[in-house]
Design a protein around this ligand. Structure first.
Ligand code: PMT
Length: 436
């Protein structure tokens, strides 16, 4: 059971998907949660409050100002672990974005000191409307967790984006959030900034979030070394692994800087991104930040060599003849520079290997003076470069410490980040323990 001793407030708006809420309530209870419900007036037309009351074992919140058996909007969420609004209609989303509190549900949400999760559900045009999207963006930036709707047949008879996620998916999301696992639909979620006002922070999460108080720098993607104005030397890195790490670190409350080679990926929310092209640019960007970070993770596939001479004009085969020799010179090793810095952050490298992986990884760990290295077997076509999945073996100076079997990069990133953060936090605990 993943939600034992958890109080969850389930808010239900007037979307047809409200009929799925008794099922959601039951699934949350199955995981041990104590579920309280609150409905809007339109929600109450679509799902019976008698059913909700019988299922949850608690009175259903509906009117703000009436009835002795109604629960006050302030108390309702005061000791809750989270409030989830499912379905969240365009109307309620707009009210939440602008702080309206004109019914029991919106008033409870405004007063809630706990994480707020919403599962939007509506017609696709309403969902795509710039007003709804702007409202969702406001909520996102405020730290509300948004479970994006799915594509499919809609109650209005049309088909498209706007279906509320299934109760099982929403329940799984809540379990992941409250237990701080990698979140499903992670690209649409974020934690409030660690320094956000107390009432906006996920209080039950942040004090224990594994990355709280940590500043992390991550390199990601390939580098490009120019040959002439139109040609480059690069590699197949897509940046997906490094971006997933940045997102996972941010979701765990860390302050994250992402130094990205040329890739076309969106920046994870609340991550500070610095774009670079060449290995030298990446080296300079990392060096400039080095004094301000606690952890550096070198996930980028940095070009080991650059051209000794970059041609100022496009090379022409007519003038070069049948063969062309390019002279390459070695680039600085970025992660080795970090590993040998003094003082040095906790330093994590990757080793992308096609053969003798373990030996190579251990050799790189020692030579670059790293704390951890994640071995990536890039001879496999199903993981590594440009794949959506990855698999890693992690070594510290004493040997292997973790096998992370094949999984989506978001999951691998969550696992590796947890590992790193736990090591760093416990070494900090030890350090402060020694001082006392
Ligand atoms: O971007 P994706 O498509 O998602 O793919 C992910 C990945 C396969 C690129 C990633 O998981 C990975 O393995 N990254 C490391 C790639 C690499 O360059 O490995 P390497 O064994 O050549 O380098 C070892 C370490 O030294 C790495 O941490 C690398 O960032 C670092 N390095 C290398 C050369 C250099 N000049 N400076 C460095 O910092």
């Amino acid at each position: 059971m993943q939600l034992e001793h958890r109080k969850i407030v389930l808010g239900i708006c007037g979307g047809i998907a409200a009929y799925k809420c008794p099922e959601l309530c039951r699934l949350l209870q199955k995981q041990g949660a104590d579920v309280y419900t609150v409905v809007t007036a339109s929600g109450a037309k679509l799902v019976s409050t008698a059913t909700l009351q019988a299922l949850s074992g608690h009175p259903v919140g509906s009117e703000i100002f009436t009835a002795a058996d109604n629960i006050g909007h302030i108390e309702l969420c005061a000791d809750a672990d989270c409030m989830v609004i499912a379905p969240a209609t365009a109307n309620t989303i707009a009210k939440l974005a602008h702080g309206l509190a004109d019914n029991m549900l919106t008033a409870a949400a405004l007063a809630a000191p706990c994480p707020l999760i919403i599962a939007p559900a509506m017609n696709s045009r309403m969902y795509r409307h710039p007003a709804t999207q702007a409202n969702l963006e406001i909520l996102k930036q405020r730290g509300v967790f948004i479970i994006p709707p799915a594509d499919g047949p809609l109650a209005c008879g049309e088909s498209g984006i706007g279906r509320m996620r299934e109760p099982a998916e929403i329940a799984a999301y809540i379990c992941a959030l409250l237990n701080r696992h990698g979140l499903p639909f992670a690209e649409n979620t974020l934690l409030p900034k660690p320094d956000a006002p107390r009432e906006l922070t996920a209080q039950k999460l942040l004090p224990t979030a594994s990355g709280a108080g940590l500043r992390v720098l991550i390199t990601a993607g390939p580098t490009e070394e120019p040959i002439d104005p139109v040609r480059v030397i690069t590699n197949k890195s897509s940046g997906k692994m490094g971006f997933a790490l940045a997102q996972a670190a941010r979701e765990r409350g860390a302050e994250v800087t992402l130094i990205a080679g040329p890739v076309h990926l969106p920046t994870p929310a609340q991550v500070n991104r610095i774009n670079v092209k060449t290995a030298q640019d990446m080296y300079d960007a990392v060096k400039a930040k080095l004094d301000d970070v606690d952890i550096v993770i070198g996930c980028a596939a940095v070009s080991d060599y650059r051209l000794a001479y970059v041609y100022p004009q496009k090379l022409k085969k007519e003038t070069q003849g049948d063969s062309l020799t390019l002279t390459l010179i070695k680039n600085e090793d970025i992660i080795a520079m970090v590993g040998h810095a003094n003082p040095r952050p906790f330093t994590v490298g990757f080793a992308a290997e096609t053969m003798a992986g373990e030996a190579q990884a251990k050799e790189k760990l020692a030579r670059k003076n790293l704390d951890l290295i994640a071995l990536n077997d890039v001879s496999r076509s199903d993981v590594g470069f440009n794949s959506d999945d990855n698999a890693l073996t992690v070594f510290d100076r004493d040997g292997k410490i973790a096998d992370l079997p094949k999984a989506p990069k978001a999951v691998i990133a969550a696992q590796l980040t947890e590992l790193i953060f736990n090591m760093v936090q416990s070494s900090r605990g030890t350090a402060s323990g020694n001082k006392e």
